[in-house]
Design a binder for this molecule. Structure first.
Ligand SMILES: Cc1cc2nc3c(=O)[nH]c(=O)nc-3n(C[C@H](O)[C@H](O)[C@H](O)COP(=O)(O)O)c2cc1C
Length: 199
């Protein structure tokens, strides 16, 4: 079965290494995943006053999240945390209260940095946020990518065999995780059982 995955790039930079990583992941993903970017670029700054009459970019963003079977976050780490544009997008997607777009969406978190810990602290922050938003997360493998420019072409070709193997494995595991979550949460499956009728 094909699953539609929306990926969010947490950087607005035109030279983003995380966009290069995202292109590599799209190339290496198994056939059952159909990956499309959900852009965060045009979202205004979150303001609770605008929740009930939001900018069209917000509505478009929430609709894109809603129609995705799963989400993949590909993001830098800024000052040991989530970059503001990505957190802003998540805040919009989480509201209005009762209309959290992330609930039950299978998610993956991956990121690249020139530094040695490869966005590990940002990913820990993301896990906390996504847990609060009731979004199941791929726990393993973790993917803390120290970005070596020579390992990638501009269009995401991966030139280093070890990197290619790891990223392909990550996407295979992500696809299996999406399948597990969706099969457990489809109506009529055990994951949706009414606790009052269970014995
Ligand atoms: C405001 C700012 C904060 C940063 N903080 C971190 C950090 O906490 N950890 C890290 O590994 N790199 C940090 N960096 C370096 C980024 O990893 C690097 O700029 C990277 O290229 C950003 O990803 P991008 O190219 O996808 O935009 C920071 C960069 C900026 C601009």
């Amino acid at each position: 079965m094909t699953h539609r995955i929306g990926y969010l790039v947490g950087s607005l930079s035109h030279d983003s290494i995380n966009r290069v990583l995202a292109k590599a992941l799209v190339r290496l993903a198994p056939d059952e995943l159909e990956l499309t970017e959900i852009s965060i670029r045009d979202l205004p700054l979150y303001n609770r006053d605008d929740e009930l009459d939001p900018d069209p970019a917000v509505t478009e963003f929430k609709n894109a999240i809603a129609s995705a079977d799963g989400l993949l976050f590909v993001s830098p780490e800024y000052n040991r945390s989530i970059p503001a544009p990505l957190k802003n997008a998540i805040d919009w997607g989480s509201r209005p209260w009762g209309q959290n777009s992330f609930a039950r969406k299978p998610t993956g978190i991956i990121g690249a940095s020139p530094g040695a810990i490869g966005t590990a602290v940002m990913q820990a922050s993301m896990r906390s946020v996504l847990s609060f938003l009731d979004a199941p997360q791929l726990n393993a493998p973790e993917a803390y990518i120290t970005f070596h420019a020579e390992a990638y072409g501009d269009d995401g070709e991966v030139k280093d065999a070890g990197t290619e193997k790891f990223l392909r494995h990550y996407m295979d595991e992500y696809a299996a995780f999406v399948e597990r979550v969706l099969s457990a949460t489809l109506p009529g499956h055990v994951g949706d059982a009414d606790p009052d009728t269970m014995h």
